[in-house]
Design a protein around this ligand. Structure first.
Ligand code: GLU
Length: 275
């Protein structure tokens, strides 16, 4: 019995000692961040993990029939991967929301964000962005019979639905301080809330709202865009070589016509001649 206890004690000491060694190791060792560009250029079949939306029609939307996420951002992510890896690479799509995308990127769960993300000074403090790959602007979505025809019509009586973590939520608070803002988790929730009368309008980028209208023509845009929302692909500030590769790949798809094909596929009808 005594011996057994001693062995147990000894084992516990060894465990404690190993744990201490591990902790010391973590403290002094220089944790190297895996270089994404190396992976892209040297692996035989590199997998790029892109953060995309799964609830945002026309950009990143889960198509239940096909069992996959599709949209403009998804096609851009695939085209960039093809160019960067000379067709060797594979794409893994990881669902993000406006609120989760930056933490997922900085934690290393995804390699880049292609998810309707506006390049803003506040975000540039924490992530790097590629050049602009899509120009949007914020607007309001309202029922066809709404009294609202633009930002100026909003009063203290109105509730505007916005999505957490979006520039749209911040902008509406700044530009229409009199309204009540109802912040929800994602765009599916937002549109359902508008449909069930929880708000007088839903605000986000015009192109996202046009995607909702393409599903349900009982809704319309109220007035002109009231902000500029240039989209960029966000990449961790530690991955400067990967950022350069992404920018080069964007140049390539703009020069070889692939970008235009993708643009026309998703926005040919809803945006017509608009850019
Ligand atoms: N472009 C805006 C943003 O980056 C709104 C769309 C979104 O929520 O992703 O926040």
């Amino acid at each position: 019995m005594r011996k057994f206890k001693k062995i147990k004690k000894f084992k516990a000491l060894i465990l404690l000692f190993s744990a201490l060694l591990f902790l010391v190791g973590c403290g002094t060792g220089t944790a190297t961040v895996p270089n994404i560009a190396d992976r892209v250029l040297t692996q035989e079949k590199p997998v790029l993990r892109w953060g995309v939306k799964a609830d945002t029609k026309l950009f990143g939307y889960y198509n239940i029939g096909k069992g996959e996420i599709e949209g403009f951002d998804v096609d851009i992510a695939k085209a960039l991967t093809d160019v960067m890896t000379d067709g060797r690479g594979e794409v893994e799509l990881i669902e993000v929301t406006s609120k989760t995308r930056i933490p997922l990127l900085l934690n290393g769960n995804i390699d880049g964000i292609v998810a309707t993300m506006t390049i803003s000074p506040a975000r540039e403090e924490v992530v790097d962005f590629t050049q602009v790959y899509f120009d949007a602007g914020q607007s309001l979505l309202v029922p066809n019979d709404s009294h609202l025809n633009g930002l100026d019509d909003l009063t203290a009586e109105d509730t505007v639905i916005a999505i957490k973590g979006s520039t749209s939520a911040q902008n509406i608070r700044d530009l229409a301080q009199q309204v009540t803002v109802l912040e929800l988790e994602n765009y599916s929730e937002g549109f359902v809330a508008l449909q069930s009368g929880q708000g007088d309008a839903l605000t986000t980028d015009n192109a996202i709202l046009l995607g909702m209208i393409s599903e349900n023509n009982n809704y319309r845009l109220a007035g002109e865009n009231f902000t500029e929302e240039p989209y960029g692909i966000a990449i961790s500030p530690e991955q400067t070589e990967f950022l350069a590769l992404a920018n080069e790949a964007l140049d390539t798809i703009q020069e070889n016509g692939v970008y235009d094909q993708i643009y026309d596929k998703w926005f040919g009808e809803v945006l017509g001649g608009e850019e």
